[in-house]
Design a protein around this ligand. Sequence first.
Ligand code: CP
Ligand code: NVA
Length: 305
Amino acid sequence: MKDLISLHDLTSEEVLDLLKLGLKLKKELKEGIPHPILKGKTLGMIFTKSSTRTRVSFEVGMTQLGGYPLFLSSNDIQLGRGETIHDTAKVLERYLDGIMIRTFAHSDVTELAEEASIPVINALTDLLHPCQVLADLMTAYEHKGRLEGLKFAYIGDGNNMAHSIMYGCAKAGLDCAIATPEQYQCNAEVVENAKADFKASGKNLIITRDPVEAVKDADIVYTDTWVSMGQEAEKAERQKIFTPYTVDGKLFSNAKEDAVFMHCLPAYRGFEVTEEVIDGPRSVIFDEAENRLHAQKAVMATLMA
Ligand code: CP
Ligand code: NVA
């Protein structure tokens, strides 16, 4: 494993090992046991989109591992003025031990990973968000005591979260149900890849238009914003189409009695989820946010040590 671009590229064992290491690093941190696994190493963090959780958790995580995080806003580096990904990769690999990148086009991240000799970590593209799903699976494990055989339901936009959730569930042995409107279905190639991964794992993938069918007997109910970064101009149209996909108390009541609610955040209360659900007793959104730190430390330690 040189990079973390997509959970589809990893074996089940690699995904489960990352989760185990994340849980171990979390325990050590709580017990005050230092783990300077990346002492003297530097991570470059390229952002062409906004971030709260990803930026802070990678910076703090790198610091806790004894390394140095370097924030590289696209406004400040030459990549934002048209320098090629090839030249950027060839320069950065001479200084850094790893690159984390959040950007629009997924192909920019795969190109960077191909060109750079150092590890590249995908911190969200328009297509995928693997780091978030590692944190989500870790959170599901902590709340449910297992992953094997759980049902993970995702309701809403067929976006980067939906895609990475399918890949993550297949690798970690969960059943998965995705409910999206007709107009905003998942990427067809990702669905094909995910189907192959579910076939290999022997778990079920349901793709439906019906949110009730997806949520039925689920252990985890997940949603995400209807308007992802870069889609701001489509806001009014999207809000109209997605309204029947709001996760409210009624929809959530179709899940198992002890089901948890998850959201990658940032959330828009009253749109993709009601206050009743996201601020209710079964919401674990801040555990997910915390676990970004621990899961990504596992990724950095695995790729960069
Ligand atoms: N969930 C997530 O990636 O949050 P940020 O956009 O704040 O990094
Ligand atoms: N789908 C959202 C996720 C944010 C973490 C976006 O891409 O904006």
